[in-house]
Design a protein around this ligand. Structure first.
Ligand SMILES: [Zn+2]
Length: 490
């Protein structure tokens, strides 16, 4: 490449050539710069132009316009549907984690398909980022590390058609529909009489007689499920309106997307009670009847999936539960089972991959933020201590919208902590950090500026390499169990 002769400090994996044009990302004293070398001026790129070896050298900012121009030349930057491949989503709340994620994905040698872009609308609101910013940050990371393989982009936990529109506009391909607000938990404790009353009030399209399930028995790989009146009514009351909502969102997506690529995940993980096997059958059977197509589904499994910590519950119970869900997913699909709040659940990864035969999707998000904090803990303990002290003050409020069980009393007081990085391995402190990310990133100081955000981001910019190598190690631990299963099938 001719670009390497330019006196610039390139990120080595960013250097690439396409159709006779060379591209790279360089670290300069003005920040990161996109560098393009071509035999024509390429007006789509904005930046300073100079002559270099008889060619035009362009140096431009990491702007949205330049990224759009880059997408026009490097098609692999665009996310695509990932279908039924074993896959893992890697959410990134800071917009800095993708280089580390790419390195870990690369180490899997194609056995785990990455979803580098993944953010729920809720978390975008919490961090003040838009679907475009989230997409652009990941795409720059993909360019920086030179990932040219397939990758997806998950518009996570969408609740309304407006959410779909906001993400379609920026090239998201994987749409996770969350009908959690339509799940009726009264079904859990209702009597048959109460269920009959509630079922009669379902929307007409969800009339249980239309389901074809009344009195039906299944033998799904040895899993016996019988829909007597009670079982069917309970499933219909609990999930009927949720199914109708998913169907409405799906048909909206297909129509709004036109010829833009898209695929669907159905997620009922954020509900009060586990999804029984019969309820899973009801959901799958009804979604099919309503014409919905999906690549993955996240039931609410038994046990507890708390943020950023290992699975809480008996492994034998999880195994029995997951085995049934996996059999149902093969029967009605096949489609993948999705593990939400999936980070750091090391004890169940081998079980989930084996029982699903690799038809599994892992979702992680906050764990990359925790690894950013670990980088801070190693190199700037004073800032880390300030963040911890603040996070403790916010915890009782911020925990309300999450399923976490950490107690302030169980997390060490800042005064007694000696080993700051080790604090990130303490259960309660981990959850305290996890749920307070939005407050930490958006808290203002008395002067109206950011209390932490500027210092945090400046630190991360200056320690990019340390963060990337921390994350790489952390994610290899996450992805390797999934890749190991795929390897067994060769
Ligand atoms: Zn979820």
């Amino acid at each position: 490449m001719k670009l390497t002769a330019a006196n610039l400090h390139f990120f080595p994996n960013s250097l690439t050539a396409q159709d006779g044009i060379e591209f790279g990302l360089a670290q300069t004293d003005k920040g990161e710069r996109l560098v393009v070398l071509a035999d024509s001026p390429l007006p789509a790129f904005e930046g300073e132009r100079s002559e270099f070896g008889g060619l035009t050298l362009i140096q431009g900012e990491r702007s949205a316009n330049n990224l759009n121009a880059l997408r026009g030349h490097l098609p692999w930057l665009k996310p695509q549907p990932i279908g039924l491949a074993t896959s893992a989503g890697m959410g990134d709340r800071l917009g800095l984690a993708t280089p580390g994620h790419v390195r870990a994905a690369r180490a899997m040698q194609g056995k785990v398909t990455p979803v580098f872009t993944q953010q729920s609308i809720r978390e975008m609101a919490r961090t003040g980022r838009t679907p475009q910013q989230v997409m652009d940050d990941t795409t720059w990371g993909i360019f920086t590390e030179g990932w040219q393989g397939i990758h997806g982009a998950d518009a996570d936990h969408l609740k309304t058609p407006a959410d779909i529109d906001a993400c379609l506009a920026y090239g998201y391909t994987f749409y996770t529909i969350d009908p959690g607000a339509y799940v009726d938990n009264r079904a859990e404790s209702a009597s048959l009489g109460e269920l009959q009353t509630l079922a009669a009030a379902l929307p007409a399209e969800m009339d249980v007689r239309a389901s074809g399930l009344w009195g039906k028995s299944y033998d799904i790989e040895g899993l016996a499920i019988k829909f007597d009146e009670f079982v069917l009514l309970k499933a219909a009351v609990k999930y009927g309106q949720a199914v109708a909502h998913v169907a409405g969102m799906y048909h909206y997506l297909v129509q709004a997307a036109g010829n833009r690529p898209n695929e669907l995940e159905v997620s009922v993980d954020e509900t009060d009670t586990p999804t029984s096997h019969a309820e899973h059958v009801y959901i799958a059977s009804e979604l099919k009847r309503l014409g919905v197509k999906w690549v993955s589904l996240a039931p609410r499994y038994v046990g507890r999936f708390e943020k950023g910590v290992d699975y809480i519950g008996g492994l034998a119970a999880f195994e029995a539960d997951f085995a049934g869900h996996a059999a149902i997913a093969r029967w009605f699909g096949p489609y993948k089972l999705s593990l939400h709040s999936g980070s750091d659940k090391f004890s169940i990864y081998p079980i989930a991959t084996r029982l699903s035969r690799g038809m599994v999707h892992l979702k992680t998000a906050g764990t990359s933020y925790l690894e950013a904090l670990r980088t801070v803990a190693h190199h700037d303990p004073a800032l880390f201590r300030e963040i911890y002290t603040f996070a403790r003050q916010r915890y009782e409020i911020d925990r309300l919208s999450y399923h976490v069980s950490a107690e302030l009393n169980n997390a060490p007081l800042p005064e007694v902590v000696r080993d700051w990085p080790a604090l990130l391995d303490q259960f309660d402190a981990r959850e305290i950090f996890h749920v307070t990310f939005g407050s930490v990133l958006t808290e203002k100081n008395e002067a109206g500026g950011w209390r932490f955000y500027d210092r945090f981001m400046d630190f991360m910019q200056a320690n990019k390499e340390a963060y990337a190598s921390n994350l790489e190690k952390h994610f290899i631990r996450h992805l390797a169990p999934f890749a190991a299963f795929a390897g067994d099938q060769d």
